[in-house]
Design a protein around this ligand. Structure first.
Ligand code: GAL
Length: 766
């Protein structure tokens, strides 16, 4: 049984050997970060240190037992001491490791101390050169203790492919053959198969009979449990039955061609970097699946929390996970560590049905055939059920992997695999956009709209290219980065959401691929936000069959996906190019031909501005002015009434979305008269369980129509009382009308209240 030992640690910002003795440090709980940072504009050296952690470990009778301590994640180098003796070292901030401390342990109180090095001078991946993300530090994932009496299961690798019996490769420790063990498959709590076996060797392969198991897929992520019991030990692992194949014709899940539409995810959060507990890890997976509606995630650029991947299993999200690293390859020793990281990644994550591809190349590193021949061989030896990929940005680089995984940073969305790799290779785009168009949620409307369009353009190209397996956009949310990257404030504004996971317009390109009715207007009714007052083409994102558009209360027209320049996306952005409809005929009595011409002219003025009007438009204006005897004053008046919306309710735009003739959503945009803070929480009942719990709080300024007010930048005051604590800054500014915070439990159950500008938000801790 796992006994979590996340509480009652002491933290020492500076390592000294006294830590192994009586020295006392600051009381902390795991997940822990070496430094709580500001939101932005800080020096990344703050989290880099050679520090220490210490905790008492009480052991009851441990005779005939093995005492194991597992660290799920320590960034980045760890030396583990038990009762003063160095028991193990570990060189990876992103994989778990288990330390057998039996020989140093005794009944009663023991001292577990960990020296942690979070400095970036370490000679191990991902370090050695610059890195476009912050690497943080600390014991930031769970720690647990296991005391095993007699033989125990060290590892189980379940292989479950459609139409084949399930097999498992079981590794035992301290086995004294011949020994009996039981293997069973559970569907929920009911065993659907169970059998006794004899193990004659430490590593034993077994095969279950052919069972009628349901497949795991993105729509129906059926999961089972494989349970092995030996002596008093029980090992429980979740698995799913599925096949996943990348081919030169596309990606097939259970034989069904499936376009991968994914996003890249870093594992960081504002203030605390990597140190967030289970609930926040699972929440990111839920945001990806249920809000952003993607079917895949790339864990750039390292293996991420088991909780996150478990949730991907549960929700049906495909995962591409890869070894730590960023562009740089070090010396021989560094490379051997990279290979160790790879072995750990594969053995620790290979039972997850969601994981469909191993990344065995340091992200965007140059070709290094010797190393990558080795990483591919390791991956195939440890897992013969999955293909490998290796993320590169160099066209036609050497393909040692099974899948050509390429970061395609082109501008116009055309994705030409033939320029990138041989036609016979399966091809997957692993990044696009990102630094090509950084976008803050408070950028002006044209910028935010173009950001959205770039995702649409690229994805449209991906859907058009039938044989491309899919693409992962860069990236899910804005993230803190090193000084060499981002906007100079230690933030890369590359996300389709902000750091608190508040959506930008671009997120809608993904969200509207889901089943839930989605409607988002990606423009403002206020021409003043547009340079020269020129709106250009304006777009609406929806997954409805059609939309009806009203301006100033008057109906102006209906649009469908046919009215999109993007012909391949299932739900492309719809171009609304007419806010006038037949109003010029109805309200001004113009002759139909002239009404149409005036409408086109007014639309061109909105699109190109007066200074950029094409000659054709100018001539057309002259013609209708003559034909309808219009004065210049009248033309300006018409522009005011029908195009600019000045001085009236005219710039109130309402869009209704219809599917199968039913109204599914309505959105109205108009000048803001007032706004309120809309406060939502990830969950209001928090659990003190294996450690503290954290709830995410999103704070959004919304106008009376429910729209985000992108330019409300007020400071919001946060306070808390009761059994919760605020993580990070107490005064947060709305950025793009949005911000957030996190509250954590304090080890005590009861009631807590967060005050957002005085408004109480209740929490219960159980
Ligand atoms: C890629 C890199 C990512 C990120 C991205 C920004 O080159 O792999 O980590 O830096 O660029 O667009």
């Amino acid at each position: 049984m796992k006994q979590y030992i996340n509480d009652d640690w002491q933290f020492f910002p500076q390592w000294s050997d006294d830590i192994l003795g009586d020295a006392c440090g600051e009381s902390v709980r795991i997940p822990h970060t070496t430094a709580v940072t500001p939101f932005n504009c800080y020096d990344e050296s703050v989290y880099q240190m050679l520090c220490g952690y210490k905790r008492n470990v009480h052991l009851d009778d441990i005779s005939q037992s093995t005492v194991l301590i597992t660290f799920e994640g320590v960034a980045h180098y760890a030396a583990v001491y038990f009762n003063g003796a160095k028991a193990a070292e570990h060189h990876c901030g992103y994989t778990a490791f288990t330390v057998d401390v039996t020989r140093y342990a005794h009944q009663g109180d023991n001292v577990l101390a960990v020296q942690v090095d979070s400095r970036e001078q370490l000679d191990q991946p991902p370090f050695g050169n610059v890195i476009d993300y912050q690497t943080y530090g600390g014991i930031y994932r769970d720690v647990y203790l296991q005391v095993k009496r007699g033989a125990y299961v060290d590892d189980v690798f379940v292989k479950a492919l459609p139409n084949r019996p399930v097999t498992a490769r079981i590794s035992f420790a301290r086995l004294q053959p011949p020994a009996e063990f039981t293997a069973a498959i559970y569907d929920g709590d009911s065993a659907i198969w169970s059998q006794r076996f004899n193990a004659s060797e430490a590593v034993t392969e077994i095969c279950a009979p052919q069972l009628d198991l349901k497949l795991w897929s993105v729509d129906e992520p059926n999961l089972y449990r494989f349970v092995v019991a030996v002596d008093s030990d029980q090992y429980d692992v979740c698995f799913g039955v599925r096949s996943a194949q990348f081919t030169k014709n596309g990606f097939y899940l259970n034989g069904v061609k499936t376009k991968i539409v994914g996003l890249n995810r870093h594992q960081c959060y504002p203030y605390v970097g990597y140190a967030m507990p289970e609930s926040m890890q699972r929440r990111d997976a839920r945001i990806l699946k249920n809000t952003l509606c993607v079917n895949a995630v790339r864990t750039s650029h390292y293996p991420q929390s088991q909780y996150f991947i478990d949730e991907c299993d549960k929700l049906g999200l495909l995962v591409f996970t890869e070894i730590p690293g960023w562009q740089y390859i070090g010396d021989e020793r560094w490379r051997q560590i990279a290979c160790d990281n790879l072995r750990e990644m594969i053995t620790q994550y290979r039972n997850h049905p969601s994981v469909v591809l191993w990344g065995v190349r340091i992200n965007e590193s140059p070709d290094c055939d010797e190393l990558y021949a080795q990483t591919n061989a390791i991956a195939h030896a440890l897992d013969d059920t999955r293909q490998t990929g290796g993320v590169r940005y160099l066209r036609k680089s050497h393909l040692l992997e099974d899948v050509y995984t390429f970061n395609d940073f082109n501008r116009n969305g055309a994705t030409d695999r033939n320029k990138v790799c041989d036609k016979s290779a399966p091809y997957l785009v692993t990044e696009y956009n990102g630094h090509m168009y950084p976008t803050k949620s408070y950028d002006d409307a044209p910028h935010r709209a173009e950001h959205m369009l770039r995702y649409a353009r690229m994805l449209d190209g991906i859907f058009a290219a039938d044989n491309v397996c899919g693409a992962f956009g860069w990236c899910m949310f804005d993230y803190n980065t090193h000084k060499d990257f981002g906007s100079g404030d230690r933030v890369c504004y590359h996300g389709v959401t902000d750091m608190f996971r508040n959506p930008k317009w671009a997120s809608g390109v993904f969200s509207c691929m889901g089943d839930k009715p989605y409607l988002q207007l990606c423009f403002l009714p206020d021409i003043g936000d547009y340079p020269e007052g020129v709106l250009g083409g304006v777009y609406c994102l929806t997954n409805a069959d059609s939309i009806k558009v009203y301006k100033g209360g008057a109906y102006v027209g209906q649009y469908t996906r046919a009215d999109s320049p993007f012909k391949h996306l299932p739900h492309p952005p719809i171009l609304i190019d007419d806010f006038i409809g037949d109003r010029l005929q109805r309200e001004e009595n113009f002759r139909p031909r002239n009404a149409k011409a005036i409408k086109r002219c007014l639309a061109d003025v909105s699109k190109y501005g007066l200074n950029g009007l094409p000659l054709k438009t100018k001539l057309r204006i002259a013609r209708v002015m003559m034909s309808e005897h219009l004065t210049m004053n009248k033309v300006v008046q018409l522009y005011g009434k029908y195009a600019s919306g000045w001085g009236s309710e005219a710039n109130r735009i309402t869009v209704e979305a219809y599917t199968n003739g039913q109204l599914t959503a309505t959105s109205t945009i108009a000048s803001v008269t007032e706004y309120k803070l809309d406060i939502t929480v990830s969950h209001s009942v928090l659990h003190e369980n294996t450690s503290y719990d954290v709830a995410a709080v999103n704070i959004i300024a919304r106008d009376t129509n429910g729209n985000v007010c992108p330019y409300v930048s007020k400071a919001v005051q946060l306070d808390a009382d009761g059994v919760i604590q605020i993580i990070g800054e107490r005064t947060v500014a709305l950025q793009g009308g949005m911000t957030g915070t996190y509250v954590k439990t304090t080890g005590v159950t009861g009631k807590g209240t967060l005050y957002v500008d005085g408004v109480p938000v209740p929490f219960t801790v159980v």
